[in-house]
Ligand binder design. Structure first.
Ligand SMILES: [Zn+2]
Length: 261
């Protein structure tokens, strides 16, 4: 089934993994910084670190550019709350302005900040129906007005805001190829960076979560495949533990093989 038609319950998860499968979209998230790993759908209460319910959709472990080769460059961490909206080929939005949606998003982002994350942004993925870009510009007037009001609220609270529209060609029942913004001018800039998140000092329990993720990454011993070129850590609900995903290969748990889509 194509992403545009996937059911709403699984769409967000599928759209996040699609970013990693297509890679071009995630390079942009790192803002050009080198990265060690990304982590997707990580429970805030991983291994009992916090007692907080809920997940962090996306975490990036980024590295400052190395200046002195003898000193390990400092790391920093960005987190995103990910939301998905659909625009059909006639530019009609679906579920974009649902009552109270912005407030719900902000509540979740405040929770992530309170949890101790140092940088919290909204990443809004716009999944466009095949044919959108051939007829319309992004953002359409209606989308732009919603983006504007979200911008004001997120800016007031010091949150970041990034918007990433992309379109696949539909071939039969599968997605094919990738169209996104600015592909002609700069293939590595595919999202609209509207706001940078205010940086605060990372606190526990976020720091404990990061420690667990870093330890998992450093101790990961690949069974058959080599160390992933593009490591993405996730949480397998079957294994009840962290797992390494090789997006080049398949979106499955590398321990038990179950699909994470
Ligand atoms: Zn598993």
């Amino acid at each position: 089934m194509i992403l545009f038609h996937s059911d709403s319950q699984h769409r967000e998860n599928k759209a996040i993994w699609r970013m990693f499968e297509t890679k071009l979209l995630t390079t942009e998230l790192s803002k050009g910084y080198p990265w060690k790993w990304y982590a997707v759908n990580i429970p805030m209460d991983l291994r009992g670190v916090s007692g907080t319910k809920g997940d962090i959709d996306l975490i990036a472990h980024l590295i400052e550019p190395p200046i002195n080769p003898d000193i390990e460059p400092p790391s920093f961490y960005r987190t995103w709350e990910v939301k998905v909206s659909l625009l059909d080929k006639e530019a009609n939005p679906r579920s974009l302005k649902r009552e109270g949606r912005t407030q719900k998003i902000i509540k979740q982002m405040q929770k992530t900040r309170k949890y101790g994350a140092s940088s919290v942004s909204l990443l809004e993925l716009f999944v466009l129906e095949d044919g959108f870009f051939s007829k319309h510009n992004f953002p359409s007037t209606e989308v732009a007005s919603v983006m504007k009001s979200r911008f004001v609220e997120l800016n007031n609270l010091g949150f970041g805001y990034q918007v990433l529209p992309f379109e696949h060609e539909q071939v039969g029942d599968t997605d094919y190829g990738l169209k996104s913004l600015n592909a002609i001018h700069n293939p590595f800039q595919t999202s609209i960076r509207l706001l940078e998140s205010k940086l605060t000092d990372a606190q526990s329990p976020f720091l404990d979560l990061i420690e667990a993720l870093n330890n998992f990454y450093l101790n990961w011993k690949p069974k058959e495949q080599s160390r992933p070129f593009f490591p993405v850590i996730s949480f397998c609900k079957t294994c009840r533990d962290l797992t390494m995903v090789y997006p080049d290969h398949s979106i499955t748990c590398s321990k038990c093989g179950v699909s994470l889509l």
